[in-house]
Ligand binder design. Structure first.
Ligand code: AMP
Ligand code: MG
Length: 409
């Protein structure tokens, strides 16, 4: 059995030679979830000019009049760039976001002004320059605001828009052929025959792949038949960068995925020392290294094993392929609310819920069933308790590492 880190490193180095490569241009609206193929350098200052952070009065505080009153000479609304100059003793009524007129050095918020006709008096103590948002304070012209390899989210789209960028260059999407194996599998919406179960795996893999920015080719469900699996793999590997299967990777009598992978291409490894998820096959679907054939991830059939191996192994590989930096497992420290059972030998990813205690400490409560077939353990949890390979049982109150996972679902 391969330790997790070693399996992941090998997987990344195998997939590392592949790459989505091609670049296309897209509008920022359509760029959500895509991976940026260029550094974005801001062509401008944001804000472009000094502007007011408050509704109030812009004035020259450095040159106060003797009786500390100012004469309101003009009004400036946001968007108004008409020529206004503030002389000493003058004040301009100004709204949030409006450019600070020439000559003014400070904006006093209107709540701190007493106004009598066109005359205002400033109440209280004020700092020179207050309530002015300086040009380039948010983003300076020439600054790299988003790095190549970033998977664009809503905040990035807003940032691009704020500097006037309407189109960006992104990598093409990885193409993934998704197929389930299993004679027992039935699609939801059809009646369940004796001995059958509903196919749940493809319904969580689909959205998780979409979320990763993949284009999916649906190969449906393939029977546990050597030839049918071989034909499907051959067909899928011609159309897709990756072929993802569930089921049939174990040592049962109808488990043909490994055999077929070995026959068509090469198996990299098929046992990873993680729990859940031990049977996991991967490898190229071609014997010819140079051929641009698909790469296969054979996930286990048990739903929890399938989701965990997808999150921990397939996901980082797909991220790397699509041009993103692979994020390591960002774990948090938490205190165990109850003891957990663990046998040394495999790295455990136990389903659990964490929350903050009144004392500000993270407390983690293990889910009551850790069986790899219990999909509700994922649906009702928000993190894994990650227990190292050599660890045995862990006592209540111990400090453990947790890995939040709902962001991937
Ligand atoms: P296998 O890896 O094919 O031996 O499957 C292991 C277990 O997972 C069996 O109980 C299967 O019935 C179940 N299983 C396999 N594929 C799926 C699927 N797509 N959805 C739900 N359960 C599955
Ligand atoms: Mg099966």
């Amino acid at each position: 059995m391969r330790p997790y880190e070693e399996a992941l490193q090998q997987l990344l180095s195998d997939v590392g030679t592949l790459s989505a490569g091609e670049v296309c241009e897209t509008t920022i609206v359509e760029s959500i979830g895509r991976v940026l193929a260029e550094d974005i350098v801001s062509p401008m200052n944001v804000p472009p000019k000094d502007n007011s952070a408050m509704d109030g009065y812009a004035l020259k505080m450095q040159e106060p009049s003797e009786d500390e009153t100012w004469l309101v000479t003009a009004t400036r609304l946001a968007g108004d760039a008409s020529e206004i100059t503030v002389n000493s003793g003058d004040a301009v009524r100004i709204m949030t976001g409006a450019e600070v007129p020439d000559g003014a050095d400070t904006v006093i918020m209107q709540e701190e002004i007493e106004r009598d006709g066109d005359l205002i008096k400033v109440v209280g103590q004020h700092k020179l320059g207050e309530n002015i948002r300086r040009a380039g304070n948010d983003i300076a012209q020439g600054k790299t605001i988003i790095a190549k390899g970033t998977c664009l989210d809503a905040s990035h789209l807003g940032l691009l828009a704020s500097v006037g960028v309407a189109k960006v260059r992104v990598y093409r999407k990885p193409v993934v052929a998704l197929l389930s194996t299993g004679d027992e599998l039935t699609e939801p919406g059809t009646p369940l025959e004796a001995g059958a179960i509903y196919n749940s795996n493809r319904y969580f893999l689909f959205p998780m792949l979409q979320r990763l920015g993949c284009e999916i080719i649906d190969f449906g469900t393939i029977k546990d038949d050597r030839e049918a699996i071989s034909n499907a793999f051959t067909d899928a590997s011609r159309q897709a960068d990756f072929v993802i299967t569930t089921g049939g990777v174990s040592v049962g009598d109808a488990d043909y995925v490994k055999e077929v992978l070995d026959e068509l291409g090469s198996i990299d490894f098929w046992k990873v020392a993680i729990k859940p998820g031990k049977p996991f096959a991967c490898g190229s679907l071609s014997k010819n290294q140079d051929e641009n054939a698909g790469y296969l991830f054979g996930l286990p059939g048990n739903p929890v094993s399938a989701i965990v191996t997808f999150m921990l192994l397939a996901r980082p590989a797909l991220q790397q392929f699509s041009g993103q930096a692979v994020e390591g497992l960002s774990m948090l420290p938490a205190r165990l609310s109850a003891s957990v059972k663990k046998r040394p030998g495999r790295m455990d990813f136990q389903r659990a819920n964490y929350s903050m205690s009144d004392e500000g400490e993270l407390i983690v409560v293990p889910f009551n069933s850790q069986s790899s077939g219990v999909l509700s353990s994922i649906a009702e949890s928000n993190c894994f308790i990650v227990l190292e390979r050599d660890s045995g049982n862990v006592a209540e109150g111990s400090r453990v590492s947790i890995l939040p996972f709902r962001q991937w679902l």
